[in-house]
Design a protein around this ligand. Structure first.
Ligand code: KG4
Ligand code: ZN
Length: 333
């Protein structure tokens, strides 16, 4: 029997509701981004984010049902991002989901945000196992091995900053507006790799570290300014991006080889990065690996991915009761 999931995502600065059929077919999605508001402050302000989620969630929910031409009676279950993320933001989604599950008597499915990013791929093409997932976002940098549906083994992670976080900080230092990632990506296309920046944590582990690279950029900008030198912003963006993409692709391909997988998935906001996409596409073609990267609209935070993951979470017995709570930090397992 077909299963229709209504999914809610509110872990950061996007309020989103989606209806997904059988974990793979998108019926309708509404994403309301608060990016323009937070851009005024150079980053997400948690207090403002949660307040805006409160103001918008009912409207987004209604709009999604209208778009799908459905009512709550057509919905089989409710999925929600319970964590990780900003606690005040998560709470709005979780409270909404609990209320809907209670009032309409539907199963409540808790979804880990990163599982959502990975499962965004199932909306593009049915996932095949075993696979390796590279999760790169504002809060995460992880390599996740999956032998089957809803089985996650984190084989490597960042020891400090997430890659998106490093992008955003570097962007701020060179004077680009928030969100930094896409702006660096754009500017880097006009530049050359002329700055001598270190390749971070270039070892045999699957872990990452981006704070050293970020500090190298900050120090470089600082020193050049003190000397009264102009910074070649496009070149610096390019040099930074080259290092990031090199270490990500190098370790990802090593993981793919070691775990003998034929499928590689890239997930999270940074997977929108043009350079990373092109480099991985090239390496995967050379090595006969099937590369799956979601369309841009599924890369950044959205509820469609939560609905896709929610279906498989349910199949694996992950059903919550009304005691479900938001968790700011929670490991993917
Ligand atoms: O997955 P996401 O929407 O939110 C989190 O769960 O963190 O990821 C947002 C992150 C931000 O750090 C943003 O700067 C980065 O993804 N990002 C990019 C690009 N587009 C978004 N980073 C590099 N290149 C891009 N094109
Ligand atoms: Zn995300």
């Amino acid at each position: 029997m077909d299963k229709y999931i209504l999914a809610i995502e509110s872990s950061c600065d996007e309020t989103s509701v989606s209806i997904i059929k059988n974990g793979s077919e998108e019926i309708a999605t509404v994403v309301l981004s608060q990016m323009d508001t937070h851009a005024n402050y150079g980053g997400v302000v948690p207090e403002i984010a949660s307040r805006m989620h409160i103001e918008n969630i009912t409207m987004v929910l209604e709009e999604c049902l209208n778009k799908a031409n459905m009512t709550m009676d057509d919905i089989d279950m409710i999925a929600v991002t319970y964590g990780p993320g900003l606690i005040g933001s998560l709470l709005i989604g979780v409270m909404t989901a609990k209320t809907l599950a209670y009032v309409y008597n539907k199963p409540l499915i808790p979804v880990h945000h990163i599982a959502g990013h990975i499962y965004a791929n199932n909306l593009v093409k049915k996932m095949e196992f075993p696979l390796m997932a590279l999760v790169v976002s504002g809060g995460h940098t992880e390599l996740v091995y999956m032998s089957k549906h809803y089985s996650f083994e984190v084989i490597g992670a960042t020891l400090d900053d997430a890659v998106g976080e490093a992008y955003d900080k570097v962007a701020r230092v060179i004077g680009l507006p928030y969100p930094g990632g896409p702006n660096i990506d754009k500017l880097a296309r006009e530049g050359k790799d002329t700055y001598d920046l270190p390749l971070p944590l270039d070892d045999s582990s699957f872990n990452f570290s981006f704070s050293g690279l970020k500090s190298a950029v900050i120090n470089l900008v600082h020193n050049e300014k003190q000397r009264g030198n102009e910074i070649r912003k496009a070149d610096l963006a390019r040099s930074f991006e080259e290092r990031v993409v090199e270490i990500l692709s190098k370790k990802t391909m090593a993981a793919v080889r070691q775990y003998k997988v034929k499928n590689l998935i890239v997930a999270g906001g940074v997977s929108a990065n043009r350079w990373l996409r092109d480099r991985l596409a090239e390496l995967c073609e050379e090595n006969n690996i099937n590369l799956i990267i979601p369309e841009m609209k599924y890369c950044t935070d959205n509820a469609a991915m939560i609905g896709a993951a929610g279906y498989f979470a349910y199949e694996h017995g992950k059903v919550a009761d009304l005691a479900l709570n938001a968790k700011a930090n929670d490991l993917l397992s």
